[in-house]
Structure formats: structure tokens, C-alpha cells
Design a protein around this ligand. Structure first.
Ligand code: GEM
Ligand code: ZN
Length: 383
């Protein structure tokens, strides 16, 4: 919606926009709300543009329904991001109090964007796919269709020949987790490199199967959790359907066709200010072999970067207690392979904080690049 107050305007009428404007009678103290996902009560993602800011003055933006959001504990220690050019994003002073999240900007220009996290646009997605095909040596193996008919490209790097390991990385099942596609850009960027001996080692033994964006409809509509039918795709892996969750249905078909030897499902976590992985230890088919691979993955990645750790994360599932509707558990069980959910923070990595940007697109990209080194170290032991 777009609401005008003389020259002061707030709009979410663009790719991944989400805001409801309640009161702009005082442009320095604006009252807003986050809109829930279509056909679903979940909300947390926001993204809007403000024009007519008073340069030199402090504007406050209040999200009046923040305490009712899906992860309502996540606002503590959270800072919103803002940008004057939709390219460079920075954190702004943010306070969560009562029902309300409020953040401020001392305006340096007459317009600015605000978001829950640095957004990954559909336009950049289109560029990324083109870049992957023309510069990173991937092929377009298949294209799925979302509920609303948006493309879901599946890229492959490597020949697909018999005996090679099949490494799958999928991202942004949860549409508000934009860091996930930034991570994929890092992966694809690294595939463009020449003279990268670690990458050569990886590609000597494995093919990469990449789905940079699993939920394009949800991302476009500014959703937090669901696709256009209100389905949480990371709860759809036990009974995906062409009608309700074609995005998952497509990827499962392709996995059956090609096989899986390693699966990484890339996400963002609203609450925990660290990067971590969750495994499928609650699966009936979880074995010491998978456990050892999981440990190797974590130890290796920890050794590479301060932007990964294994101390903080989700409570481990008890044996046999896995939720089989999750991608990580479902794929790990079906293919008896190392299968991990990788979570990046919306806030920051408290082991290596950056007060200007917090966790960011750039850091997500770097992590995507680094993870390929860890995959290279494991590739000979995946089977
Ligand atoms: C997740 S992933 C939950 C994984 N949990 C365990 N214990 N394996 C989800 O889908 O809710 C978090 C996220 O959305 O990023
Ligand atoms: Zn998620």
C-alpha cells in the first residue's frame, strides 16, 4: 500500500515489500504494521521505502504489531537495516518495548529503504542465474514452477557422470530469509574462479546441484515463512503436492532422478546471533557414519572462519524424534547421506560482530564461498 501525506510517502508496492501504514500524520513518528503472509498468520519480514524525509531530522518508525510476530522473542538485540540506495545497507538504532519495535534514522537524504534484512531482489536473482550460466560454467538442468508460475532454476556444475558425488544446496525455502540467496551468490561467485585448487579438488569428485531460490512467490510478496498457498515449504517434505507445494515437489523429483550424496538447506534464524548447522540426528536412519561426517563438516568449517561455530544452535532431536516434514530430515533419511540445515543470523554473529552492518549479504556470500572448501574436504568420504 502507498499512503501519501503531502510529500511524505511510504510504500511497499515493489518486490519483497511488506508494510501496512497506520498513521503518518507526524512524519517524525510514524506508525506501521507488518502484514501477515497470504493465507497464513506468520509475519516478521518487513521492507518499505520512505520518501519525503526531512533531511537532518530524526524520523522514528514504529511497528505496532511486533510483539505478535512469529518469532516475537527475536526482537531483543535486533537492529533494523536501512539504505539510501538499496545497495549499501546499515543498521539503525532499534528498540523493542511493549508491543512495539521502533527504529530511527537521522535522514541524510529525502528517501530511504528499511528492511528486516538486506533483501535479495528477484532482479538480482535473474542476473545471478544468467551469471551462473555464462560465467560459472553451470547448466540449467531443469526449471520448476512456483504456485504463481515463477521459475525455480536448478543449476548443475559438473557432468553428472556415474560415480561422481552429488552435492545439493538449496536456499530460501523460507522467503523472508534473504541471507540464503546471498549465500548462493557466494557459492556461484566461487565457481567463476580459475586457479582455485580447492575448488578443482571438489569438482574432480563431485557435481553441484544448486537451487538458489526455492520460494520465489513468497519472496516477491514479502512473506516470512510461506509460499503463495500459505504452505511452509520446510514442513512439506513428507507430502509435497503439485497443487500446494509444487516448489518442493519439483526438487524432490529431481533428487530422485539424480541422487543425493550431501544436502545443505540454507536458512536464516531470527533469534540466535550465530551461524550454525542442525543435523538429522532424530532420524530413524541416522548412523555413526553420518554423525562422523557431520562432525567433520563442523570442525572443518570452524577452522576456516570465525563466522561459523558449533556451541550455539538448536536443541538436538532425541533418537527417532525427527520431524520428517523438514527437508533436512527427509532428504537425510531418503538418501542415507549427510544432510544439514545451515542457519545464518538476522542479527549478527556475536563471535565477530560488525556494528555497522551486523550480519549482511556480503558475509553470507563469503560463507557460501567458504562452505565449498569444507565440502571439498569431505567429498572423498561422503560414501
Ligand atoms: C528451521 S530448521 C529447524 C531444524 N531443526 C532441527 N532441530 N533440525 C525451520 O524450518 O523452522 C529454522 C528456520 O526456519 O530457519
Ligand atoms: Zn528457515
Amino acid at each position: 500500500m502507498t499512503v501519501a501525506h503531502r510529500s511524505f510517502q511510504i510504500t511497499d508496492a515493489f518486490d519483497s515489500g511488506n508494510i501496512k501504514v497506520l498513521d503518518t500524520s507526524n512524519p517524525l513518528q510514524v506508525l506501521l504494521e507488518i502484514k501477515p503472509d497470504t493465507h497464513s498468520p506468520h509475519f516478521q519480514w518487513f521492507h518499505f521505502k520512505v520518501s519525503g524525509l526531512h533531511v537532518g531530522q530524526e524520523h522514528w518508525f514504529r511497528l505496532g504489531n511486533a510483539s505478535k510476530s512469529f518469532f516475537n522473542k527475536a526482537w531483543d538485540g535486533y537492529q533494523a537495516v536501512a539504505s539510501y540506495d538499496h545497495v549499501n545497507w546499515f543498521r539503525v538504532p532499534t528498540i523493542f518495548e511493549g508491543d512495539t519495535l521502533r527504529f530511527s534514522l537521522e535522514a541524510e537524504h529525502t528517501h530511504a529503504w528499511f528492511a528486516y534484512f538486506e533483501p535479495y531482489s528477484r532482479a538480482r536473482h535473474d542476473w545471478l542465474i544468467d551469471h551462473a550460466l555464462t560465467k560459472a560454467g553451470t547448466e540449467l538442468l531443469a526449471t520448476g514452477k512456483s504456485v504463481e508460475g515463477r521459475d525455480i532454476p536448478l543449476l548443475r556444475k559438473g557432468s553428472g557422470a556415474e560415480g561422481r558425488r552429488k552435492v545439493w544446496i538449496i536456499a530460501q525455502q523460507h522467503p523472508g530469509e534473504h541471507m540464503a540467496e546471498w549465500f548462493m551468490e557466494g557459492v556461484i561467485e566461487r565457481l567463476c574462479r580459475h586457479d582455485d585448487t580447492i575448488l578443482e579438488k571438489l569438482l574432480a569428485g563431485a557435481d553441484l546441484y544448486l537451487v538458489p531460490n526455492m520460494n520465489p512467490d513468497g519472496a516477491f510478496h514479502g512473506h516470512l515463512r510461506t509460499n503463495a498457498k500459505g504452505q511452509d515449504l520446510n514442513r512439506a517434505w513428507q507430502n509435497a503436492s503439485e497443487e500446494l507445494s509444487p516448489e518442493v515437489f519439483f526438487v524432490q523429483q529431481q533428487m530422485k532422478l539424480h541422487g543425493v550424496d550431501l544436502f545443505l538447506d540454507i536458512h536464516g534464524d531470527e533469534e540466535i546471533p550465530y551461524v550454525f548447522t542442525a543435523g538429522c540426528e532424530g532420524n530413524p536412519g541416522y548412523t555413526p557414519r553420518i554423525e562422523a561426517l557431520e562432525k567433520h563438516f563442523r570442525e572443518h568449517l570452524k577452522g576456516l572462519t570465525k563466522d561459523f561455530q558449533s556451541k550455539h544452535g538448536y536443541t538436538r532431536d532425541l533418537p527417532g524424534q525427527a520431524n520428517m516434514t523438514l527437508a533436512c530430515n527427509s532428504v537425510g533419511q531418503a538418501f542415507d547421506c549427510l544432510s544439514l540445515t545451515l542457519e545464518m543470523p538476522f542479527k549478527d554473529n556475536n563471535d565477530a560482530p560488525n556494528p555497522i552492518t551486523g550480519w549482511s549479504g556480503k558475509r553470507s556470500m563469503q560463507l557460501g564461498k567458504d562452505v565449498l572448501s569444507t565440502v571439498a574436504a569431505l567429498v572423498g568420504t561422503l560414501r
